[in-house]
Design a protein around this ligand. Structure first.
Ligand SMILES: Cc1ncc(COP(=O)(O)O)c(C=O)c1O
Length: 422
């Protein structure tokens, strides 16, 4: 049997539970496919970060953890994070809207984004955003003009691209010179100089995010080192650098691997960032929510060909895109505890694309039509990346807290599917 990846998940009796709720009952009440999240897991992850940093950092330098909304943007998840003391990182006006709805103040939110539209910049400034992370010198005039129009000074930081290859897949590496993100160290000084000539900007520092699902702490150390050098260069030129947003990207377990220990990240921050005497922001997404949830699904059919058996489930690439997009590996486990013999399946969904193959040659205890399965690590970059492809209604989301299961997004109806169409 595959390892369970959250301490908030366990077989109780014969059935898999998230906290004190039986997934069998969730399926009965809300149907499948269905995302099921543990609030305690989310709180626990934030606490783990908080405690790891508290153990090694002076109080005055404790980072603000600005949860990366894109990982899972349901406003109830955002509220859970807010109640646990988190802040937010956003990349669009839609995420700003969600953040404000969840009760965050603009001053709790930082905004990144390689292509911010004027309307998004205006909305963020109007909301009193803590900082805009700028990714291009070409953005400066626009931000300055909008800030002038609003009669304020826009707090801006420049996203540094340290030219480091880090991340679980080519598509989620964001810190190489060839990637579209940020400015290389050779452009930051120019950006600072240009910004200081514009009256409606207040330059508050630098930001950085080198990639996602990173397990090697030395890559963070290397990136933080590039940032520290940049801070020294700027200060030597007489510029102030009061704040650093050092990004997210901390790797979690999808299989048997160990997640990146929060302690290792905290020590890297202590050694490299703290001596710079700055306010520190961080942007963890996956680390906070990745393993808080499962995608609960029912086996529609088992199809046998001459060569293999296909386990056809009722979830598809529109519900969980990561395997198709990044060849990502997600663990899948039966909901009912079983001693059935192991069988090898190709696991697929109903979408009309061979790309809708969740796993090839996966060994699982033998399953039958109607059995329930749980796809693990479905808290991050699953519901937030979902689509209606093949006119499949989006799955509901259920948040478990102790023995309480709350529907935090209902299943779309067929009427929802065509509601925006003329
Ligand atoms: C700018 C930025 N910050 C933070 C994150 C969060 O990354 P992770 O979920 O790996 O922590 C991302 C993810 O793509 C990002 O683009």
């Amino acid at each position: 049997m595959q390892k369970l990846l959250s301490s908030k998940m366990a077989y109780q009796g014969t059935s898999l539970h998230v906290e004190d709720v039986d997934l069998k009952d969730v399926a009965k009440q809300f149907g499948t496919p269905c995302y099921v999240y543990s609030a305690a897991h989310i709180r626990g992850q934030l606490q783990e970060l908080q405690q790891a940093f508290e153990a090694v950092l002076p109080k005055a330098h404790m980072p603000k953890f600005c949860y990366a909304t894109k990982a899972n943007s349901n406003i109830n998840i955002l509220k859970t994070i807010k109640d646990a003391g988190g802040h937010l990182e956003i990349v669009s006006e839609g995420e700003l809207f969600r953040g404000l709805k969840a009760g965050f103040k603009g001053s709790d939110i930082v905004m990144t984004g390689i292509g911010k539209q004027d309307s998004e910049i205006r909305a963020a400034l109007n909301a009193g955003i803590k900082q805009l992370n700028l990714e291009a010198i070409e953005e400066l005039e626009t931000v300055n003009a909008i800030a002038a129009e609003l009669g304020l000074k826009a707090p801006v930081a420049f996203r540094l691209n340290p030219n480091i290859a880090a991340g679980g897949d080519d598509k989620i590496m964001t810190g190489r010179a060839r990637d579209k993100f940020g400015l290389g160290p050779d452009r930051i000084l120019e950006a600072y100089e240009t910004a200081h000539k514009l009256p409606n900007l207040e330059v508050v520092g630098l930001s950085m995010h080198i990639g996602s699902q990173i397990h090697e702490v030395w890559l963070f150390r290397q990136a933080y080192g590039v940032m520290a050098e940049m801070v020294q260069t700027l200060r030597a030129e007489g510029y102030k650098v009061p704040r650093l947003d050092i990004g997210g990207g901390f790797g979690i377990a999808y299989q048997e691997e160990e997640p990146l220990p929060a302690k290792d990240i905290a020590e890297a921050v202590r050694d490299i960032i703290v001596p710079l005497d700055v306010e520190i922001l961080m942007e963890p997404g996956r680390f906070v929510v990745g393993n808080c949830g499962v995608l609960l699904s029912e086996v529609i059919n088992i199809k046998h060909t001459t060569d293999k058996s296909f386990l056809v489930c009722d979830f598809a690439m529109n519900d969980i895109m990561r395997p198709s997009l990044y060849n990502a590996w997600h663990s899948i486990v039966p909901v009912a505890k079983t001693n059935a013999t192991d069988t090898t399946y190709d696991i697929v969904g109903p979408v009309c694309e061979t790309g809708d193959t969740f796993a090839r040659s996966r060994t699982l205890p033998q399953l039958e039509k109607g059995d329930l399965v749980a796809v693990q690590s479905a808290g991050a970059y699953c519901s937030s990346m979902a689509s209606n492809y093949n006119s499949r209604p989006m799955a509901p989301e259920v948040l478990i807290d102790g023995d309480k299961a709350t529907l935090i997004r209902r299943r779309q109806t067929f009427d929802d599917l065509i509601a925006l169409e003329a």
